[in-house]
Ligand binder design. Structure first.
Ligand SMILES: Nc1ncnc2c1ncn2[C@@H]1O[C@H](COP(=O)(O)OP(=O)(O)O)[C@@H](O)[C@H]1O
Ligand SMILES: [Mg+2]
Length: 214
């Protein structure tokens, strides 16, 4: 399965979710490649940091750029059970190209940054890709939700997305937790940190179940 994470500009949690899903697939016994298709290269930096940790399973990380990313993703999908792609914003060539090959587009959405117009624009871009890729499923997961605003965030997102039938809101979300930030710099996941934040781990397990049904 090809899962890409993308959709909004910086800081919404794309790389965090992409790296966590790649490791979750590996841990579940699948072969996986992480693809860095964001010019900022954060997934590659995470992957380099991970090499300092021989105690955790290593994953190949491949950097892809440009408008032919979909061709390379299809090729990778012949060799790996799962391909997890970290992309940038909707206006990047890599984002648009990756959508031609992806089975799932996961869009993290931060509450408070709900921008109806951005999502509408995204709908148009996804609709274009769907014309070339029947498989594409676009899903939204709330990300970095303040602990005190979990219910409100879900309510608001449900209302906004009710008007966008192309996008399915996942039940899972990540709450704002320091563990996510700490693990990122180490090239690890929240599960792999010495002081494990079990709530953060549950959120990731839930996302993994919803995306991969495993
Ligand atoms: N649920 C979360 N709680 C706290 N910090 C988070 C969470 N998700 C991501 N972060 C942090 O927010 C920053 C941006 O996340 P990142 O995944 O790099 O976003 P993007 O790839 O969309 O730019 C990083 O420092 C990351 O560690
Ligand atoms: Mg990123």
């Amino acid at each position: 399965m090809i899962v890409m994470v993308g959709g909004e500009k910086g800081g919404v949690g794309k790389t965090t979710l992409a790296t966590h899903m790649a490791v979750a697939r590996k841990t579940a016994g699948h072969t996986v490649v992480l693809v860095d298709a964001d010019s900022q290269g954060t997934a590659s930096t995470w992957s380099d940091a991970r090499k300092e940790h021989p105690e955790v399973p290593q994953l190949p990380c491949v950097s892809l750029r440009g408008g032919k990313v979909h061709v390379e993703l299809r090729e990778l999908a012949r060799h790996y059970d799962d391909v997890v792609v970290d992309t940038g914003g909707a206006d990047s060539q890599e984002f648009r190209s990756a959508m031609l090959a992806a089975d799932t587009l996961l869009m993290p959405l931060r509450p408070g940054s709900f921008d109806f117009w951005t999502l509408l624009k995204m709908q148009e871009v996804v609709a274009l890709a769907e014309g070339f890729n029947d498989n594409l499923q676009a899903v939204v997961a709330l990300s970095q939700v303040p602990p005190s605003a979990v219910d409100r965030a879900r309510r608001e997102a449900t209302e906004i997305l009710a008007e966008m039938p192309r996008f399915r809101l996942l039940n899972c979300m990540t709450v704002f937790r320091a563990a996510f930030n700490h693990s990122a710099g180490e090239g690890l996941t929240v599960d792999e940190m010495p002081r494990r934040d079990s709530k953060a781990c549950s959120e990731i397990a839930f996302l993994h179940n919803e995306l991969f049904g495993a």
